[in-house]
Design a protein around this ligand. Structure first.
Ligand SMILES: C[S@@+](CC[C@H](N)C(=O)[O-])C[C@H]1O[C@@H](n2cnc3c(N)ncnc32)[C@H](O)[C@@H]1O
Ligand code: SF4
Length: 385
């Protein structure tokens, strides 16, 4: 048996106006006066406590080897590299890492410098995922981002110099006011960087965010579906020309090896333990999730109390729906024999409209064409409802 660890870091220096992730500024948590290294050491000690709990929980079986670790956020690059090193060492000591264990750290360009990049590499981080979003100054301002393009270049150069082999960036497209020229500017910039992977997400206007309030008040307008589809086509074409091929709807890599192994565990229904406030876990069809507030999470661990906020065991039909929802987003798609007769009829309709690949279907797989990728959500709804 193998397992992956997701380790949530719930801190950011400033909240971006579009983001509703479970993340906080130290001031929001009443830790405004506490130094950054103290915050890191206190929080990462709690993380290590949860890792010990995971080991106890799994002890009845032979402890699994760890194939991937993903420090996600929030902003994991705010943590002290020594705390990241201790956490990785703890996991290795208790569970043991596979020799080629993929260890990713999400980073904000403003938080990386010569010292900490060297420290993260030394700790064992071999993949970095950098939040870039756009290279256009107006779009960056609408998104509330604080970084400059030069910080992105510098951060990735440091990753290269320190031998961090996996280098990915996140882009966001469809920001209100983003022209096609501004998108092209971001793509030119992205493709000039020393990266092997890119994630490009359509901007989601999340309820409760500053962006949602600006949209509701009419201050800014969101793009329509046609504009989003045009932008997706442009992104896919530019990446293809540069040798980056899609392997999941929002993810492109320039080699098989550069694909995110951690994310593939999620998409293929594998097992992972999510450590940290609000983190979700999945083991053998059972899911659970932790309490959301970081301070309550740390206090519960300190006092030997439960950190679990909820759990569910997936029924066979829920598992099958989930396989469809995730699998359809993958280049490899879904095996035809996973589908029921009634779902095959839905597929036939989409083959007729050229959203599903006829020849792959004839060979036993449901995979989407470019046209299908643009309406993947609609196809999923028709298949699982
Ligand atoms: C944890 S952040 C990445 C690291 C770091 N916190 C940063 O932002 O630089 C994960 C990514 O989620 C994406 N994201 C967050 N909120 C989003 C939204 N409302 N719509 C689309 N993408 C979003 C962004 O691309 C972001 O880089
Ligand atoms: S996008 Fe990244 S930096 Fe911005 S608030 Fe979300 S997690 Fe923090």
């Amino acid at each position: 048996m193998t397992l992956s660890f997701y380790i949530h870091i719930p801190y950011c220096i400033k909240r971006c106006g579009y983001c509703d992730f479970n993340t906080y500024t130290p001031a929001e948590l009443g830790q405004g006066e506490v130094g950054r290294s103290e915050i890191s050491s206190r929080y990462m000690s709690s993380v290590q406590r949860e890792i010990l709990r995971a080991a106890k929980e799994l002890q009845t079986k032979q402890l699994p080897q760890i194939t991937t670790i993903f420090f996600g956020g929030g902003t994991p690059s705010l943590m002290d590299p020594l705390d990241i090193a201790r956490t990785i060492a703890k996991i290795d000591e208790i569970f043991s890492l596979t020799k080629d264990c993929e260890i990713t750290l999400e980073a904000n360009p403003d938080t990386l410098n010569e010292m900490n990049v060297a420290g993260f590499a030394e700790a064992g981080v071999n993949r970095i995922s950098l939040g870039v979003q756009s290279a256009n100054q107006k779009v960056l301002a609408t998104l509330d981002r604080t970084h400059k393009n030069s910080n992105v270049q510098r951060a990735l150069e440091l990753a290269v110099q320190n031998g961090i082999k996996g280098r990915s960036i996140d882009l966001i497209y469809g920001t209100p006011g983003e022209s096609v020229a501004a998108l092209e500017e971001s793509l030119d910039f992205a493709l000039s960087l020393p990266i092997d992977h890119v994630s490009a997400y359509a901007l989601i206007v999340e309820l409760g965010t500053r962006l949602a309030r600006q949209v509701a008040s009419g201050e800014i307008a969101t793009p329509d579906d046609d504009e989003m589809a045009d932008k997706y086509r442009i992104i896919d074409e530019r990446f293809n020309q540069a040798g980056f091929h899609w392997y999941e709807l929002s993810n492109w890599a320039n080699s098989l090896d550069a694909r995110s192994r951690h994310n593939q565990v999620y998409w293929n229904g594998g097992d992972w333990w999510g450590v940290g406030p609000g983190a979700h876990s999945h083991l053998d069809g059972k899911r659970w999730w932790n309490i959301k507030n970081p301070i309550s999470y740390m206090n519960a661990l300190d006092n030997d109390l439960t950190i679990i906020a909820g759990e569910e065991t997936l029924s066979e039909s829920a598992k099958s729906d989930e396989r469809i929802m995730l699998g359809i987003r993958l280049r490899e798609g879904i095996a035809r024999d996973e589908l029921k007769k009634i779902q095959e009829e839905v597929v036939a309709r989409y083959i007729a409209s050229e959203a599903v690949d006829q020849s792959a279907w004839d060979m036993g797989r449901l995979t989407l064409t470019l046209k299908g990728r643009l309406i993947a959500d609609r196809i999923v709804r028709d298949l699982v409802l």
